[in-house]
Design a binder for this molecule. Structure first.
Ligand code: SAH
Length: 492
């Protein structure tokens, strides 16, 4: 089973950059042993104008049988012959996807230490897979690859036997994809869609498959019209895992429709009359909010801090600047936001001492998560309003009931203040993805109920200019767990 990837280039942007992208030198043929055989990477052509990399997987059929994974599609367990005689060695199946994922791991993750800018660039690509199993037929192959940004998706059924055309077509197709894409995106699509088309995943589908699917689906799966079918097949039709994947994809979709989480109105400078203090206040609200959060965390004596719904990591950046925060964990449902955060924070280039202080985790706050227990404080900055109200109790339980940090800071827009935003039409919310915006009374009411339910006490503080009529633009609640050591309050 094999595939080739070809790119073209010029003297300034040579095609042989493919070697950097794949982390495999174009002048060498290399072999890697994988759990199912040997993978070979070689370049049949490598000039500045045109470069082709080929990945071949030589499956070890006996090893497969020993691992009980040799059965071909639909083979009954007792079909002894099918254990040895099947399409595994020839077709680009799920085994191939696993080899692709391990041999080209850095490329799949869009990492290239030597040339960090390269993985971000789209380039002309031509991918050829001569024998792709196509459960669902050529039409499904088109439906799966069609919406993914390729300018040409060519699907040709492979005849069962060219000498006997009357026997008709096999269930394999030759697939050729052409277009201008980032290599990482092309590889991630293949990593997910090969096993989807193969239909008989060779390995047991464990719960972390959902994480793998979401990681590899980053940037394309949530918006794919067939994402339901893709998730169900990838997860071997496990209802529970598929449901989990679909819910998380829905959140990713919402988070991404968020205009990459840049809250424009929020970052706008609050204009007031031209007095000297007003000059001082010409600080974006988002910055004022981070300053208020840092003050509250310091006042609470917090050292180990969770930033829940950390987005692109602006708060983490500020936390890192203060050495009293010894452990900082950012959590977000959006892989894209976390990728941007990692890049902006320069996590990869940080010294060990710094990078040991910070971690980014993908996860949904609507589920309890053991990784989040035992922290001094958790911050939910402009996050709760992104959840549908019926989902909010799940977040409350996950944060206040299960993670139970000593201190919880929650900020959210004050809806009353919206009349002061000149650009905001009356009755509108500040951001398209906000599911609700609360008045001060509504927020206090929610905060008191939540504090009461989970054994916390709560204080409130304004962020931004506290308007005598409508209050501040942002409202902050500080929750203290009643059974944790008493801390000084944060006086507003
Ligand atoms: N805390 C940042 C970002 C706020 S935008 C700031 O103050 O600027 C809201 C963030 O919450 C987005 O990054 C979004 O991806 C994330 N988010 C929304 N719902 C979530 C959920 N259920 N679980 C985890 N993160 C979520």
């Amino acid at each position: 089973m094999f595939l080739t990837i070809t790119t073209t280039g010029t003297a300034e942007k040579p095609a042989t950059d493919l070697g950097f992208l794949l982390h495999k030198h174009p002048q060498k043929a290399q072999s890697f042993s994988t759990s199912h055989g040997t993978a070979h990477v070689l370049y049949p052509e490598a000039t500045p104008e045109r470069c082709t990399a080929a990945l071949l997987l030589e499956v070890d059929p006996v090893a497969l049988v020993r691992r009980g994974q040799g059965r071909g599609r639909g083979g009954a367990p007792d079909a002894a012959l099918a254990q040895y005689v099947n399409d595994r060695p020839y077709a680009a199946s799920s085994l191939f996807a696993v080899a692709l994922g391990s041999v080209f791991r850095s490329a799949l993750n869009a990492r290239c230490a030597a040339r960090p800018e390269l993985p971000e660039q789209a380039r002309p690509l031509r991918v050829v897979i001569p024998a792709l199993p196509a459960r669902g037929g050529p039409e499904l192959v088109r439906r799966l690859f069609g919406p993914l940004g390729w300018s040409a998706v060519e699907v040709t059924p492979v005849p069962l036997d060219t000498r006997f055309p009357q026997w008709g077509d096999s269930r394999y197709v030759r697939l050729v994809l052409e277009g201008e894409l980032r290599l990482a995106d092309a590889l991630r699509q293949l990593y997910v869609l090969l096993p989807v088309l193969d239909g008989s995943k060779h390995y047991w589908v464990a719960p972390d498959e959902v994480d793998k699917l979401l990681r590899a689906g980053d940037g394309w799966l949530a918006e794919h019209p067939e994402h339901g079918l893709i998730a169900a097949r990838y997860l071997a039709r496990s209802k529970r895992l598929t449901q989990d994947a679909l819910e998380r994809l829905e959140l990713v979709r919402l988070a991404e429709s968020d205009g990459s989480a840049v809250e424009e109105i929020d970052n706008a400078v609050i204009e007031e009359t031209a007095t000297p203090e007003a000059e001082e206040r010409r600080v974006p609200l988002a910055r004022q909010r981070r300053a208020a959060i840092l003050d509250a965390l310091r006042a609470a004596g917090a050292h180990r801090v969770l930033d829940l719904g950390c987005g692109q990591g602006q708060l983490i950046h500020d936390l890192l600047a203060d050495v009293s925060f010894t452990e900082i964990v950012g959590v977000d449902v959006s892989v894209r936001a976390l990728t941007v955060a990692a890049r902006r924070l320069r996590l990869e280039r940080m010294g060990e001492r710094q990078s040991g202080r910070v971690r980014l985790l993908q996860g949904s706050l609507a589920y309890t998560d053991k990784r989040l227990t035992g922290y001094d404080a958790a911050v939910l900055s402009e996050v709760i309003e992104h959840l549908d109200l019926p989902r909010l109790p799940a977040l409350e339980y996950a944060v206040f009931g299960a993670a139970r940090p000593g201190t919880v800071l929650v900020t959210t827009p004050n809806a009353e203040y919206n009349v002061r935003w000149e650009t905001l039409p009356a009755g509108d919310v500040r951001h398209a993805d906000h599911r609700f915006e609360w008045t001060r009374a509504e927020f206090r009411d929610w905060a008191h109920r939540t504090a009461g339910r989970y054994g916390y006490a709560v204080d409130f503080a304004p962020v931004g200019p506290d308007d005598p009529e409508v209050g501040p633009p942002t409202q902050l609640a500080v929750f203290f767990r009643k059974d944790s050591a008493p801390k000084e309050g944060i006086a507003a």
